[in-house]
Design a protein around this ligand. Structure first.
Ligand code: KG4
Ligand code: ZN
Length: 342
C-alpha cells in the first residue's frame, strides 16, 4: 500500500507592511509562521508609506524565508511547491515577494503558485477550524478590503458585495487618527470602546443602492469627523471612548446585518470572518451571538491569522496546488487583482 505523501507549501506574503513566510503541511497544519512587521516604522507617518514598505521587504525577505524553513525543520528539498501573494496590494511590496518566490522556484525546480491575498485571508479559517469545508459565507474585513463572499468550493468564489469607498479597517484607522489614537487604529479603537457607551452618539448605518450587499464607510467616517468638529466649535469636551464605541457599533451593525442576510438567502449554515478587522473583539462577540440565535456555525481565525501572515497563503496555495494551478515565471504583481481572476 502506498503511503500518501505530505504536501509542504513554502508560502510568502509581502503585499502591504508585513514581510512573512511560512511552511504549511497539507493545507491545515502550520509548521512555521514568521512575520516581520513594519508597523513601528509606519506609525511615524500615520499610515503605510509604500516606498518604505518595499525597501523594508527587500531587507527582510531572505531572512524571513530562511527562518520559516529553519523553524519548520525542513530544507527546500522537502518543499512541494512555493506559493506567493501576487495581488492585490502595493505593487512595489508585492514585487519583492513575487521575485523571491520566482527565484526560489527556478533554483529549486519546485512549482510556483500565485495566490490571491483575499483567498489567503479566507483560507486562514481552514487552519484554525479543521472541520470547515465549503460551501460557506465569508466576510473579509481588512485594512484594504471589505468583501462578502460565498465560498462555493475550494478556490471557487462568488462575490456578493464589497465596499464602494473605504474598507472597514481603513475607517477604523482614519477615525482612530481623528481622535488621536495613532496607527493602526483598529486595535486601539477596539480597546478604548470597552470603556465607552456604544449608544452614546447616533452615527449613520449606510445603505448603498444597487447590490444590497455592498458597503460604504466614508459617510460614517465623515459623520464622526463632523461630530468632532462641532463639539470643538461649541467648546464641548469629547468623550473619546464614547466616540470609539459608537463608531465601532455602527460598523459592526452593518457587517452583521449584511452577513446574516447572505447566509439566510443562500441557505447556508456556516459563516466565517477573516482579515485584520476580524480580530475585533466586539465584532466577534456580535457575530457569535447572532449566529447562535440562528443555529449557524460560526468560524473565525486566531488574531495572528486574521492580520497579514503567510500561513494563510500556504493554506490557500495548498488548495490551488491540489486543483492543479501552476504559475509561470512570468508571474507578475497585480495591484488590483480581483478575487476569482487569474
Ligand atoms: O488584514 P490586514 O492585516 O491587512 C490588510 O490586508 O489590509 O488588516 C489590517 C487592518 C488595519 O486597518 C487595522 O486597523 C485593522 O485591520 N485591525 C482591526 C483590529 N486589528 C486590526 N480593526 C478593528 N479591530 C481590531 N482589533
Ligand atoms: Zn490582508
Amino acid at each position: 500500500m502506498s503511503v500518501k505523501e505530505d504536501i509542504l507549501i513554502l508560502a510568502i506574503e509581502s503585499s502591504c507592511d508585513e514581510t512573512a513566510a511560512s511552511v504549511v503541511k497539507n493545507g491545515r497544519e502550520v509548521l512555521s509562521n514568521i512575520i516581520s512587521s513594519q508597523i513601528e516604522l509606519h506609525t511615524l507617518y500615520g499610515g503605510v508609506v509604500p516606498e518604505i514598505a518595499s525597501r523594508k521587504h527587500i531587507e527582510k525577505i531572505n531572512q524571513v524565508i530562511g527562518e520559516a524553513l529553519e523553524k519548520a525543520d525542513v530544507t527546500l528539498k522537502d518543499i512541494t511547491a512555493i506559493a506567493v501573494t501576487y495581488g492585490p496590494g502595493l505593487v512595489g511590496a508585492l514585487l519583492v515577494g513575487v521575485s523571491a518566490a520566482k527565484a526560489i522556484s527556478f533554483a529549486s525546480g519546485k512549482p510556483l503558485i500565485g495566490v490571491h491575498h483575499i483567498e489567503g485571508h479566507i483560507s486562514a479559517n481552514y487552519i484554525e477550524n479543521k472541520d470547515l469545508e465549503p460551501p460557506f459565507v465569508c466576510l473579509v474585513v481588512s485594512g484594504g478590503h471589505t468583501h462578502l463572499v460565498v465560498v462555493k468550493d475550494y478556490g471557487v468564489y462568488e462575490i456578493l458585495g464589497y465596499t464602494r469607498d473605504d474598507a472597514a479597517g481603513e475607517a477604523f484607522d482614519k477615525v482612530a487618527r481623528a481622535i488621536g489614537l495613532g496607527y493602526p487604529g483598529g486595535p486601539k479603537i477596539d480597546k478604548l470602546s470597552k470603556e465607552g457607551n456604544p449608544e452614546a452618539i447616533s452615527f449613520p448605518r449606510a445603505k448603498v443602492g444597487g447590490s444590497g450587499y455592498d458597503f460604504s464607510f466614508s459617510g460614517l467616517k465623515s459623520a464622526v469627523l463632523n461630530y468632532l468638529n462641532s463639539c470643538e466649535m461649541k467648546g464641548l469636551e469629547i468623550n473619546k471612548a464614547d466616540v470609539a464605541a459608537s463608531f465601532q457599533k455602527a460598523v459592526i451593525d452593518v457587517l452583521v446585518e449584511h452577513s446574516l442576510q447572505a447566509v439566510k438567502e443562500y441557505g447556508l449554515k456556516r459563516f466565517a470572518i477573516a482579515g485584520g478587522v476580524a480580530s475585533n473583539s466586539s465584532l466577534r462577540a456580535a457575530m457569535k451571538e447572532e449566529c447562535a440565535k440562528r443555529e449557524i456555525e460560526f468560524y473565525y481565525p486566531a488574531p495572528v491569522l486574521c492580520t497579514d501572515n503567510a500561513a494563510m497563503i500556504g493554506a490557500a496555495g495548498y488548495y490551488e496546488y491540489i486543483r492543479g494551478v501552476r504559475s509561470g515565471y512570468d508571474l507578475n504583481a497585480v495591484p488590483n487583482l480581483r478575487l476569482g481572476e487569474r
